[in-house]
Design a protein around this ligand. Structure first.
Ligand code: ZN
Length: 263
C-alpha cells in the first residue's frame, strides 16, 4: 500500500492495549496492524499547521513565522503558569486563550521512566498520558483554569521531574515506584491556593502499549536528516514507532511534514 499524508500525532484509543491510527485524506491507517511489517516513510514536502504553506517546519508543526505568531504556540502552552486569560490579559489572541485556558485542567503524576508531574486539559485524559508513553498515571488536582494547574506544577517540580527521559521510556526502563504513595507525599507540597482542588477519587490508571520487544539501544531518526526511513516495526509507544534495529521515529516531532508511507 502507498499513502501520502500530512503527519500529525497519531490518534489513539485506549483498549486493553493502545490502538494507534494515522489519518490520510482517503483512509484511516491502523498502525498496530503494521507491527511486524517493513515500512518506508519518505519526505515529500512541508505543510505548516498554521498557514498550510510548504515552508520548513520550525517547531510544533509550525513554520518560523507561525511559531512566533500563532496563539497555539504561545509560551503558556509549555509553561502553564504563564497563562493570563483568567486576568483578561492577552498573550497573542485573548479569545483563543480564554477558550483553552479557562477550562478544567488536570495536574497529574505519570510514570513513564521515573515519576513526573504534568498539566493537561481535562478532555486530554488519557490521550496526554498515552502520548508521553506513561505506563501508570494518577490525577492529583482538577483546577478551573490552566494558570492554577501551572502554579501547582511549578511547586511540585521541586520534588518530582517534569520531563520524561524518552530513551528510558522507549526501553521500558521504568523505576519501580509506588505512584499512589508518591501522590500522598506530594499533597502537603501543594500551594494553598490550589488545595481546594485536590481530587478525592484516588485511582491508578495503567496503560499497555503494543510492543513486541523493547529495544536495548535507542537511536532516533529524523526526516530532517534523511530523505526516507525504512524499517520493520516491532512496536509503538508514546508517539514513537520502534523499529527492529533500535531506530525510533517520533511521529509527533514530524507534524507538518508531508510524507509518503509505503508498506
Ligand atoms: Zn506557517
Amino acid at each position: 500500500m502507498d499513502y501520502k499524508l500530512a503527519l500529525h500525532k497519531m490518534i489513539t484509543e485506549q483498549t486493553d492495549e493502545v490502538q494507534y491510527y494515522l489519518k490520510t485524506e482517503q483512509a484511516l491507517i491502523h498502525v498496530n496492524e503494521l507491527i511486524d511489517k517493513t515500512i518506508t516513510v519518505a519526505f515529500h514536502s512541508y505543510q505548516c499547521c498554521g498557514c498550510g504553506k510548504d515552508k520548513k517546519i520550525f517547531a510544533q508543526g509550525f513554520c518560523y513565522a507561525c511559531f512566533m505568531a500563532s496563539p497555539q504556540a504561545g509560551d503558556w502552552i509549555m509553561k502553564p503558569e504563564l497563562s493570563t486569560a483568567h486576568l483578561d490579559i492577552e498573550d497573542r489572541d485573548l479569545n483563543y486563550e480564554k477558550a483553552v485556558q479557562l477550562k478544567p485542567h488536570i495536574v497529574y503524576l505519570a510514570l513513564s521512566s521515573e515519576i513526573k508531574v504534568g498539566v493537561t486539559r481535562k478532555t486530554q485524559i488519557p490521550t496526554r498520558w498515552i502520548d508521553q508513553g506513561a505506563s501508570e498515571a494518577t490525577v492529583l488536582l482538577e483546577t478551573p483554569n490552566r494558570y492554577l494547574a501551572g502554579v501547582a506544577e511549578v511547586a511540585l517540580k521541586d520534588y518530582v521531574a517534569d520531563k520524561t527521559s524518552w530513551k528510558k521510556m522507549l526501553k521500558n526502563d521504568v523505576d519501580p515506584v509506588d505512584l499512589l504513595a508518591k501522590r500522598e507525599e506530594m499533597i502537603p507540597h501543594l500551594p494553598k491556593e490550589v488545595q481546594d482542588y485536590i481530587v478525592t477519587d484516588v485511582t491508578k490508571y495503567t496503560i499497555k502499549y503494543p510492543v513486541k520487544k523493547y529495544p536495548t539501544k535507542i537511536k532516533s531518526t529524523k526526516l530532517a536528516n534523511n530523505d526516507s526511513i525504512t524499517g520493520k516495526i516491532i512496536g509503538i509507544k508514546g508517539q514513537y514507532l520502534l523499529f527492529e534495529d533500535g531506530t525510533v521515529f517520533n511521529v509527533r516531532s514530524h507534524e507538518g511534514y508531508v510524507v509518503t508511507l509505503a508498506f
